[in-house]
Design a protein. Structure first.
Length: 334
């Protein structure tokens, strides 16, 4: 049975030869020519770790996102594939190498990307750690992206490696576990890609509501319902947490008695709907916001005592590459 690494592009190489290949592949015999190595000044290491439940289609999708990311932020990409096939524990570690060079719009700029891939059996964890350490670019920060990896296994088996990493990101829309629920003891900063995807939504809603005083926003608020489709599960949860935090701050700033906010999450079977927020009030006010798939705007309706307002707000979820960028770098300055 083929392993996950077999479905990713690249050249199969013995692990013992890969480092030597890397050191020579960007060189040229032309003495005065610009070398490709001049265009691969890496800024970081990006480790993409696939769990055993990742499908070949999903792996290729994440591979392409990582390569797109590396065009803007030069890095060495290291992809780890968990192999659970019956005979994989008896096979040696399998390695693969892929490289691409991209020309800029003016045909003068070039970016070269290299991807190192490793397939290992779950019982080969120590060998995997050692091999990854050899492949990392020295003295550069390492960022980790985990896909369908059980969080307890990460905590138990990869905590020492994560302690040396600057950031670990995951996508709560596809993960069964909430990685933030682990007491990481500050070994790494954990960020959710789903939360990064809704950055434009949070900015748009926050900018609109900032026109009203905190007291007006929370006075008479009784219930909030966030409706979402199955493919936006993580985004809905992140939006709920953001709303709760913002409204709790409004209550504090308005000097109102502290109270529990009821925010309901409801999944709906609707092909058009992506995310929807409805705020109900006991005093006639209301706030309604809806984003549909394949739309570059959200519909908004509100009445905070000054009459009914209806608007179309230009907004979209971040693209896959931009969401990864936001998740990896958003907290660097904090």
């Amino acid at each position: 049975m083929p392993s996950l690494i077999d479905n990713l592009p690249g050249q199969v190489l013995p692990i013992t030869e890969l480092n030597n290949t890397l050191s020579h592949m960007w060189q040229s015999d032309a003495p005065d020519a610009e070398l490709p190595t001049d265009f691969r000044a890496s800024q970081m290491n990006l480790l993409l770790h696939f769990g055993k439940k990742v499908t070949p289609t999903e792996a290729r999708e994440k591979f392409d996102i990582a390569v797109d990311f590396a065009q803007r932020y030069p890095c060495r990409i290291i992809i780890i594939c968990t192999d659970t096939s019956a005979d994989s524990s008896e096979r040696p570690l399998e390695a693969k190498f892929h490289s691409e060079c991209f020309l800029g719009a003016d045909l003068r700029k070039m970016c070269c990307v290299e991807v190192l891939m490793l397939a290992y059996h779950v019982d080969q964890k120590n060998f995997m750690d050692n091999q990854v350490s050899v492949w990392l670019e020295n003295d550069l920060p390492t960022y980790c992206w985990y896909v369908r990896m059980p969080m307890l296994r990460m905590k138990e088996r990869f905590a020492p490696f994560l302690s040396r990493c600057r950031r670990m990101v995951y996508d709560s829309t596809i993960e069964a576990d909430d990685y933030t629920a682990i007491d990481w003891s500050n070994i790494t900063v954990v960020q959710d890609i789903a939360n990064a995807r809704i950055l434009p939504l949070r900015q748009a809603i926050g900018q609109y509501l900032s026109a009203y005083s905190p007291a007006v926003i929370v006075d008479g608020l009784t219930h909030i319902c966030i409706r979402y489709c199955a493919t936006q599960r993580g985004e809905a949860r992140c939006l709920r947490d953001w709303f709760r935090e913002c409204l709790e701050q409004c209550i504090i700033q308005a000097k109102l008695p502290k109270r529990e906010l009821l925010i309901e999450l409801t999944i709906v079977d609707c092909k058009e709907l992506a995310l929807e927020v409805s705020c109900e009030y006991s005093n006639g006010k209301h706030f309604f916001w809806r984003l549909e798939h394949a739309c570059d705007y959200a519909s908004l309706s509100s009445n905070f005592g000054g009459g009914l307002v209806k608007q179309c707000v230009p907004v979209q979820l971040l693209s896959a590459e931009k969401a990864l960028t936001e998740a990896l770098f958003s907290a660097d300055s904090k």
